[in-house]
Design a protein around this ligand. Structure first.
Ligand SMILES: NC(=O)c1ccc[n+]([C@@H]2O[C@H](COP(=O)([O-])OP(=O)(O)OC[C@H]3O[C@@H](n4cnc5c(N)ncnc54)[C@H](OP(=O)(O)O)[C@@H]3O)[C@@H](O)[C@H]2O)c1
Length: 243
């Protein structure tokens, strides 16, 4: 079946600004027209150092800005986009320790933002299964939990935002047990996360492996359509009906 052309798409065409035009920015740009979006503006580090290209003039008619940049750039981008009254989807990782600062920016600007360390719907399911597993193992203290994650060598942050989010989500069931996290950065490894429970007798493993970046791009565009016209700060898990 062929993809609908932008003009025949049943959904209202939304105008996007892409902040960051690296691996993720390009994947989103490729997918966007077939999902009912027009990419009106793309900014990379050359055009937007320090957020300088985020101006009222450049953002005229933009419905949602999608940020896949770097941990250093993301918060300033958020601040400037929110000041223009434009909604955001933020997939950049490595800045979540500043979440409360970002919440203040979003709430005081009266805009909407969806963020996630991982926009893959499969990973959102993985989080849910991980929480259920941690709950089942809660009283079985002979099982020691651990987390491993592996990514391509260009990934800048370690541990991955996804690993930290997984840790945050299962921590309530771990009690005194410490979750060891090990990171590998090498070659072209697609994002891989493994949560294990190891005992003297055996190991139970839950694993998610991303096959390509398309899953992240699909989720980010799903979030962009969802946040258009809304206010407030949301995690992607919440908008998928997260429990
Ligand atoms: N949430 C998710 O589902 C998900 C999925 C994949 C990746 N990520 C995260 O998303 C981020 C980007 O990943 P990627 O694989 O696309 O990385 P990438 O290929 O390195 O792309 C990052 C891009 O951001 C640009 N950039 C840097 N500062 C900027 C600024 N101030 N304004 C605009 N653009 C700027 C970089 O420009 P230069 O190349 O010129 O430096 C580069 O084009 C990382 O934090 C990664 O961990 C999240």
């Amino acid at each position: 079946m062929s993809e609908p052309s932008p003009s025949s798409h049943p959904l209202r065409l939304l105008n996007l600004a892409l902040l960051g035009y690296g691996k993720m920015g390009r994947t989103i740009a490729q997918l966007a027209p077939s999902r009912g979006f027009e990419v009106r503006l793309t900014l990379d580090v050359d055009t937007n150092a320090g957020g300088q290209a985020i101006t009222r003039e450049n953002f005229q008619g933009i419905d949602v800005a999608v940020d896949f940049t770097t941990p250093e750039a993301a918060v300033e981008n958020i601040r400037r986009v929110a000041a223009l009254g434009v909604n955001l989807v933020v997939g950049t990782t490595g800045w979540h320790h500043r979440l409360e600062e970002v919440r203040g920016i979003i709430e005081s600007s009266g805009v909407g933002m969806v963020y996630a360390a991982n926009f893959s719907i499969g990973v959102q399911m993985f989080y849910r299964l991980a929480r259920a597993a941690a709950q089942e193992f809660a009283s079985l203290t002979m099982y020691e939990p651990y987390l491993t994650e592996a990514h391509h060598r260009a990934k800048k942050d370690a541990p991955s935002g996804t690993a930290l989010e997984l840790q945050r989500q299962i921590q309530p069931w771990l009690g005194e047990r410490v979750l060891t996290i090990a990171s590998v950065r090498a070659g072209y490894i697609p994002g891989t996360h493994e949560l294990g429970f190891d005992s003297e007798a055996d190991t139970v493993i839950l694993r998610h492996t991303a096959r390509s970046r398309q899953g992240f791009a699909e989720g980010a565009l799903y979030a962009a359509r969802w946040i258009a016209g809304k206010k407030g700060l949301f995690n992607f898990s919440d908008i998928l009906g997260g429990r």
